[in-house]
Structures are given as C-alpha cells and as structure tokens.
Design a protein. Structure first.
Length: 97
C-alpha cells in the first residue's frame, strides 16, 4: 500500500519516499499529462482527510466534457490540464465540508 500511495502521492505526510520500492515507477506510474495533485484538486478529492466531494458523477460526463474540451491539447491526445482552473465542489453542499 505504501508503494501505491507513494506513486499517486496520497498520504504524503505519512508515506516517506524511502519506505517503498521505486523500481519501474516511471514505467508504471501516472504519466506526465497532469500531476496527481492537479487531478485531486480538480475533482474535489482531499487525500489527507480521505474525503471527496459528493455527486461527482453528475459532473463527469457531458458537463465535464463540455467544459474541458475547449482545452484539448494541440496533439489532440487529451486535455491540457495546465489550462484547467476549475475545481469541483458539490453543488448540493452547504459549505459543511
């Protein structure tokens, strides 16, 4: 579990880099299109508290596609996440999280 958490950069305060095996991390890692931190931030995931915003499924799909497709990379191989400033927040939340 330490290796998985290390690769996806969760529990960074608990998982020290020297505590897990880094063999073939680049080969089987997450790539370089976006950082895990960008992904978590965009989609409302708090890795330290181990919580996520509710109702994300309402956003993923057509609403997300419509919003993010204008940021298609020049090579047409996905989204240029450096241009995404959106941060998902549960639309039904009353600010209790």
């Amino acid at each position: 579990m330490a290796r998985l958490n290390g690769i996806i950069r969760t529990h960074t305060s608990k998982v020290k880099p020297e505590s897990w095996n880094h063999i073939e991390e680049e080969k089987y890692g997450l790539g370089t299109v976006r950082t895990p931190e960008q992904f978590f931030s965009i989609f409302g995931i708090d890795t330290e508290k181990e919580t996520a915003e509710d109702h994300l499924c309402r956003f993923v799909g057509q609403p997300m596609h419509k919003m993010f497709s204008e940021h298609l990379r020049r090579d047409n191989m996905g989204i240029d996440y450096s241009k995404i400033t959106y941060r998902y927040k549960d639309p039904d939340s009353k600010g209790t999280k």
